[in-house]
Design a protein around this ligand. Structure first.
Ligand code: AMP
Length: 435
């Protein structure tokens, strides 16, 4: 047993696992940019109050899962690692006066999030999320734009059978009457409620609807539904979102039980699943409208909507579907080997020139015999071996095409050009063309 191990609920992503992550990072950044969302980076920790106010004090994320950073002294601020990105982005929106920018402000972020949860498959204490936010647009068209963007990310990642569940959870106009009804309903079932939920009944009854406790499932199934009690404005907005999704021919399933566990959500709420796998830990991502959040964090009332996709779960789902082997794990185009095992200088120098010329090259930096060096080049899956020998004095090297077995002399000056030409020929329809 090694002395030190990665902390419980965290993982090392080793080089053979990272190509899919790299390609997902590229895909999400490309798509977000194509949709007009610009990159933002906010810190991985914030004042605890940003999360308490933004996410809500009576939520699993803040009550049970917040990674608090111990203050260094009595006067110092209480910090916590971010459990989700929206609160920090909205804090930045208010802090930097983005309300005076052309609205809406559309941003995306990708990075690690932290939740002190009980680790299990698909649930980690550090996980990665891709996130987009559109702040300053009341919708409903932008709601549909964001749902469609989320679907496109999942589809272009190669995932099959993705389904979006959609709901409206109303706003502060419809809530009072609805919450009174919901409270009365749960009071009627008080003897069946687990203790945590009983405690929450008077503090934030909406959380009960979203409980992870299996004992709550049958009770929640019969609870009054917000969609039956939306005010006129929320009902119109919800109809607008559905209308825009219909116009995009995007299929969705209405799910009146979908509430999402955070305080700041209003109106539109949605979650993505692989069809048939709608369990508690199975959501690939989700999001919703948060028209009250900017004000909660000290700004002027400003509507907003966002989306988060968990990359860890997306990778797991791709692996289950056998689609995770895509990526940038391409072999080097060339490996530079040499007849003189000790001449690492020439090999490194030639590889450096090739790299500067845009060619993926590895130099054999060990001091083994030429035969062993060539074997390693073949094992690497390289297309070419550049063999350094005596003719280097005249400025020539040998280039061996490792799949065709052919070999020829090439001027050192021509090497980058010659290799890109030959490599391109390999790629486009040659007998050993790579995918
Ligand atoms: P949430 O803010 O809880 O809706 O989370 C958004 C997405 O982040 C989820 O759909 C998951 O894909 C992912 N996610 C949330 N918590 C975890 C976790 N503990 N481990 C891995 N992924 C997570």
């Amino acid at each position: 047993m090694p002395t030190f191990r990665a902390a419980r609920g965290t993982r090392d992503l080793l080089p053979d696992a990272t190509p899919i992550w790299t390609s997902l990072e590229r895909l999400t950044a490309d798509l977000a940019t194509r949709y007009g969302y610009h990159r933002i980076e906010t810190p991985m920790f914030e004042q605890v109050a940003v999360f308490e106010r933004g996410v809500g004090e009576v939520t699993d994320i803040v009550e049970k899962e917040l990674f608090r950073i111990a203050p260094r002294s009595e006067e110092s601020e209480a910090w916590a690692l971010r459990p989700e990105p929206t609160a920090g982005i909205v804090r930045a929106y208010v802090q930097h006066g983005m309300q005076t920018w052309p609205q809406p402000v559309k941003v995306y972020e990708l990075g690690p999030m932290f939740r002190y949860d009980r680790p299990q498959a698909g649930r980690y204490r550090q996980f990665w999320q891709f996130d987009v936010e559109a702040i300053g647009d009341p919708g409903p068209a932008v709601d549909a734009e964001i749902v469609e963007l989320g679907m496109r990310v999942l589809r272009e990642a190669g995932l099959d059978g993705v389904e979006v569940l959609l709901n409206s959870i109303g706003d502060s106009v419809c809530w009072p009457a609805y919450l009174a009804m919901l409270t009365a309903y749960y009071r009627g079932h008080a003897d069946q409620l687990p203790q945590l939920e009983k405690d929450r009944l008077d503090r934030n009854v909406l959380r009960l609807l979203d409980s992870k406790d299996p004992a709550m499932a049958p009770i929640n199934a019969k609870a009054p539904r917000i969609t039956d009690h939306l005010c006129d404005a929320c009902a119109d907005h919800f109809a607008g979102v559905r209308g825009h999704l219909d116009a995009l021919e995007l299929t969705y399933r209405l799910e009146p039980g979908l509430v999402r566990g955070l305080d700041y959500y209003t109106r539109t709420a949605f979650e993505f699943y692989v069809a048939g796998r709608e369990g508690q830990q199975q959501a690939l991502g989700g999001g919703g409208r948060y028209d009250g959040l900017v004000e909660l964090l000290g700004g002027r009332p400003t509507p907003g909507i966002g989306l988060g996709i968990g990359l860890d779960r997306l990778v797991l789902a791709l692996e289950e579907q056998g689609r995770a082997n895509d990526g940038d794990g391409l072999p080097p185009t060339a490996v530079v080997v040499g007849a003189d095992p000790d001449d690492t200088v020439s090999r490194l120098r030639i590889a450096t020139t090739l790299r500067a010329g845009g060619i993926a090259a590895r130099a054999e930096l060990g001091r083994r015999k030429l035969g062993k060096q060539l074997e390693a080049a073949v094992r690497d899956g390289a297309h070419f071996a550049v063999i350094v020998g005596d003719e280097l004095i005249e400025g020539d090297v040998q280039v061996k095409d490792l799949s065709a077995g052919t070999q020829k002399t090439v001027r050192l000056d021509d090497l980058p050009r010659e290799l890109s030409r030959a490599h391109a020929a390999h790629h486009h329809g040659g007998p050993t063309a790579s995918p």
